[in-house]
Design a protein around this ligand. Sequence first.
Ligand SMILES: NC(=O)c1ccc[n+]([C@@H]2O[C@H](COP(=O)([O-])OP(=O)(O)OC[C@H]3O[C@@H](n4cnc5c(N)ncnc54)[C@H](OP(=O)(O)O)[C@@H]3O)[C@@H](O)[C@H]2O)c1
Length: 136
Amino acid sequence: MRVAIFGASGLLGKALMGEWSGDAVVGYSSRDVDIRDASAVRAIAEETEPEWIVLAAAYTDVDGCENNPDLAFTVNRDGAVNVAEAAKETGPSCCFLARITFSMERKRRLMKPMMRDILRAFTGDQRLKQRSNCSS
Ligand SMILES: NC(=O)c1ccc[n+]([C@@H]2O[C@H](COP(=O)([O-])OP(=O)(O)OC[C@H]3O[C@@H](n4cnc5c(N)ncnc54)[C@H](OP(=O)(O)O)[C@@H]3O)[C@@H](O)[C@H]2O)c1
């Protein structure tokens, strides 16, 4: 299975890249593609021809979002729409990973089991798929 991960340089994306095995997984940081740029996102989808796109890219600075809501909306809303549209237009299924707010210490502790659940969801366990909020 070919998979494209947006946000591969972030905390979640790095964990996914590190844990995922057995599939052809390609990761993109904001330096590779800015999800605010719809045509760039689409070009990645066309070039990579993934069967799944995972969106782990987001503007996650809570204070930054508060102080700069325009940037927050263009990345977290419009960027997500761009990814969904690229998936719809080019074929792959899409998985959005919803926000979970924890302290860094707790995040680190929870990350591995959470990644296992998410990856199991991708391998076809429908019950886990629902729990992980993945949709196709
Ligand atoms: N961490 C968790 O425990 C966890 C759990 C479940 C869900 N999530 C969700 O997963 C998402 C990412 O969380 P995170 O903790 O991994 O955040 P993070 O460490 O801040 O990583 C953010 C990622 O998004 C990328 N990014 C930011 N703006 C972008 C843009 N305009 N275009 C393309 N990529 C962009 C960053 O790329 P650069 O490195 O190039 O800036 C980085 O790879 C959030 O929606 C979060 O709510 C996180």
